[in-house]
Design a protein. Structure first.
Length: 374
């Protein structure tokens, strides 16, 4: 049986190499990229500027196959969530958040997540596997198709954030390739500042990202001291806040025109006190960045509660008065479980979570070890 190649797995260079292997000129790859990402076309027969013989040959060796939709839910506030099927009964969730001046798509990078952050619904399901490039960029392709984002002049998706299910830096190569397609003029053509990667703090990979990609960085901080952050974000045991902020400073040095966003989910009586706000102020003096305060979004079985509005505003005021740029993220899509920290999808084989997570963290640490040895 012939295994056909999914062209969504290729960035521009990869697609040109694929067409070269077919004996075709590089410009044929560029033509096909425009059909895929500008016109959202998946039928080779409809690509009328390709020669007839190529149109007939391509279906034999290739497909354009985004993830298959299982569910499409719309919120009362306009937020839209898709459940997209993968293999073996797995699925991920992708969320579109429309606003008056932009439309943001929240994209997943893994099936489940091995980080086990205490306040995140995704982590309760465990980890199954990384998504392929086609499964990452395919989420954007599917959403764009559903939203009618066919041409650059009718752009509905203006921003993409790698803030869905999973830790993007533990699926580094596939995520970087997908983000390249988001930014490529022959792809979705988004400006670098409009593509954001959010990480819980895989320090060596933040450094690597700064070397190979030009995107915005968001860091899931959630606490201003190591003791509390380790309780909330177990990854902090491996790379503490000082190491994390040092990596952020190095990233900012690579990208002098960008601002790093620090995500801080506010939970009642846990991390929302004035004392902790003042500790956060001291942390933020180290580098250029802004703080995004996120009211906790509850999910079944959680022990945490959302901070009161007065506590949220008091926390923000302390930061603002100290000169720290701070915003409170308005909760969107809560009625369809599409708010930050609520994404679940379907994740099989939970027993693999701990061992696989440990393997990936240790693999991520290898460049750091080698750098020290050198």
């Amino acid at each position: 049986m012939n295994v056909r190649t999914n062209l969504l797995d290729f960035d521009r260079d990869g697609l040109r190499a694929f067409f070269a292997g077919l004996g075709e000129k590089p410009y044929r790859a560029d033509q096909v990229m425009k059909w895929i990402y500008h016109r959202l076309e998946s039928d080779f027969g409809a690509m009328t500027d390709l020669g007839k013989s190529l149109r007939e040959k391509l279906p034999e060796v290739a497909v354009i196959a985004p993830p298959r939709p299982l569910l499409d839910k719309a919120s009362s506030d306009g937020t839209r969530k898709w459940l997209l099927g993968m293999d073996a009964g797995n699925a991920v969730e992708t969320v579109y958040i429309p606003e008056p001046t932009r439309g943001t798509l929240c994209v997943s990078s893994q099936i489940g997540c091995g980080l086990n952050c205490r306040f995140c619904s995704t982590g309760t399901q465990g980890f199954n596997r990384n998504l392929a490039t086609s499964e990452i960029i395919g989420q954007v392709w599917h959403a764009a198709k559903q939203l009618g984002n066919v041409t650059h002049r009718q752009r509905r998706i203006t921003n993409v954030v790698m803030m869905g299910m999973g830790e993007p830096l533990l699926n580094f190569d596939n995520v970087v390739r997908a983000m390249s397609l988001m930014r490529d003029d022959l792809g979705f053509g988004l400006a670098s500042k409009r593509v954001t990667l959010s990480t819980a703090g895989v320090v060596p990979m933040i450094d690597k990202l700064g070397e190979v990609a030009d995107v915005s960085l968001a860091v899931s901080l959630h606490a201003p001291n190591d003791e509390l952050r380790t309780q909330l974000v177990p990854l902090n045991k491996r790379w503490g806040i000082d190491e994390l902020l040092d990596a952020c400073a190095r990233y900012a040095a690579h990208k002098p025109r960008s601002t790093i966003t620090f995500e801080y989910t506010l939970m009642k009586g846990v991390n929302d006190t004035p004392v902790l706000a003042k500790q956060l102020v001291k942390r933020m003096r180290r580098l250029p960045g802004k703080v995004n305060l996120i009211p906790f979004n509850p999910f079944p079985g959680t022990q945490y509660e959302r901070s009161d509005e007065t506590a949220i505003r008091a926390f923000q005021t302390i930061l603002l008065d100290a000169g720290v740029q701070t915003m409170v993220r308005r909760t969107r899509g809560e009625d369809i479980d599409a708010a930050c920290g609520q994404l679940k999808g379907k994740v099989a084989d939970r027993t693999r979570r701990h061992a696989e997570f440990q393997r990936r963290v240790e693999a991520a640490a290898q460049p750091e070890v080698q750098a020290h040895a050198a």
